[in-house]
Design a protein around this ligand. Structure first.
Ligand code: NAP
Ligand code: MG
Length: 402
């Protein structure tokens, strides 16, 4: 059978440790036999980031701006221990952070659902897609300790440096702490646009939660901006598609999410997204089943797995021991990218292949062949789960694909 051709190359961002090992195998076993794969390759593995003084990361993000679709392997974000382990010149920043800054994107995380692996909340029948606003709030904060007797003010100076306003935050009678956070209208606007565009593309309603009753200026701004962008740019399209946008208090959203059967896009402020994405991922079963895509306001896509480089498995693999690392989320990164490329370049066979690979993966698990993380979660009448070694799982999928 002739291989499926491609027009525009994918931006391929290689990564680290166990996911780097899986990366090569996924290409070799599941993609290259069927697709005449075209990629522009960037090695974001830590040694190469160190050698290029992290230029390769920025270059890969710029390539994504140019070509439109990237697929990324998990990468190490170095800490002090990694600086020593890899003898690094510097403690390089998180590649995901760098890429996000350049693309100005929003991260959407969605679980891969399989019959036989039930979420901890059995009512969740459809995926909950979580969108995290990845700018500002406590992640770009300024904070300090205050001593007894200190008065702390919020002071605003205009362009000319002259004081425009001054509000007392607190007059401290005893020792305490204080924090300043910010966000920008532009960032919240692009977050809103990314959420609405993604929802439209995937036919999902959008729920936004914040605490505008308490935070009458700050959180209220999120509510107002979302409402404005929705009214002006999306309302008609949403109504035509039969979906809707809803704002409600964050506590109410949490309650509604728990009661829902899924199938919504949950737009979260930065901290809510950080915390709730871990809860949602865990509730669906395994980190190995959580896919992720960064979408920029000008519709550039970067697909990846939501998990990290699975270090503990890598150290075992290095010693020649057997591993059973779940490759599903990384396969989804590839299928997401290939399907999007097929759609943009009008190659329906490519998109169809990606969907076929997804179905083959799901069927493989549903028939009882899976990695170790899924075995204790799997419950299906008449099917006994069999734990596959990392590479064996990919061969099982390949059999299905044929
Ligand atoms: P992790 O790599 O996600 O792994 C944490 C644990 O979760 C693993 O030890 C494993 O549990 C389980 N797990 C995660 N993915 C799995 C999979 N595909 N199959 C089976 N089990 C899986 O997180 P981490 O250990 O905190 O971080 C490791 C490195 O990844 C760090 O250097 C961090 O900087 C990086 N990281 C990168 C990204 C990214 O590039 N997007 C995201 C997060 C972390 P068991 O050991 O119990 O089997
Ligand atoms: Mg988190």
């Amino acid at each position: 059978m002739a291989k499926i051709g491609m027009k525009t190359p994918l931006v391929e961002m290689d990564g680290d440790e166990m996911t780097r090992v899986l990366w090569r195998w996924i290409k070799e076993i599941l993609i290259e036999p069927y697709v005449d794969l075209k990629t522009e390759y960037y090695d974001l593995g830590l040694p190469e980031r160190d050698r290029t003084e992290d230029k390769v990361t920025a270059e890969s993000a710029l390539a994504t701006k140019r070509l439109g679709v990237a697929v990324k392997c998990a990468t190490i974000t170095p800490n002090a221990q990694r600086v020593e382990e890899y003898n690094l010149k510097s403690m390089w920043k998180s590649p995901n952070g760098t890429i996000r800054r350049i693309l100005d994107g929003t991260v959407f995380r969605a679980p891969v659902l399989v019959d036989g692996i039930s979420p901890y909340l059995p009512g969740w029948k459809k995926p909950i897609v979580l969108a995290r606003h990845a700018y500002g709030d406590i992640y770009n904060n300024v904070e300090t300790r205050a001593d007894a007797g200190d008065s702390v003010y919020l002071v605003v100076c205009g362009k000319d440096g002259k004081e425009k306003s001054r509000k007392l935050i607190h007059g401290f009678e005893g020792d305490g702490i204080v924090q300043g956070v910010h966000n920008t209208d532009d960032s919240v606007k692009s977050f809103a646009r990314s959420c609405f565009a993604y929802a439209l593309e995937n036919n999902l309603p959008v729920w936004l939660g914040a605490k505008d009753t308490i935070s009458k200026t700050y959180d209220h701004r999120f509510k107002d901006i979302f409402a404005q962008i929705y009214e002006e740019e999306f309302k008609d399209k949403f109504e035509a598609a039969g979906i809707y946008y809803m704002y409600t208090l964050i506590d109410d959203v949490v309650a509604r999410i728990v009661r829902s059967d899924g199938g919504v896009l949950w737009a979260c402020k930065n901290y809510d997204g950080d915390v709730m994405s871990d809860m949602v991922a865990t509730a669906y079963g395994s980190l190995g089943m959580m896919s992720s895509v960064l979408v920029s306001p000008d519709k550039k896509y970067e697909f990846e797995a939501a998990h990290g480089t699975v270090t503990r498995h890598y150290y075992k693999w290095q010693k020649g021991e057997e591993t059973s690392t779940n490759s599903v989320a990384t396969i989804w990164a590839w299928t997401g990218a290939l399907a999007k490329r097929g759609e943009l370049d009008d190659i329906p066979e490519l998109t169809a292949f990606a969907k076929r690979l997804e179905r083959a993966t799901v069927t493989t698990i549903e028939e009882g062949f899976m990695t170790g993380d899924l075995v204790p979660l799997f419950k299906k009448e008449g099917v006994t789960p069999h734990k596959c070694e990392s590479r064996e799982f990919l061969y099982k999928i390949a059999e299905k694909l044929q």
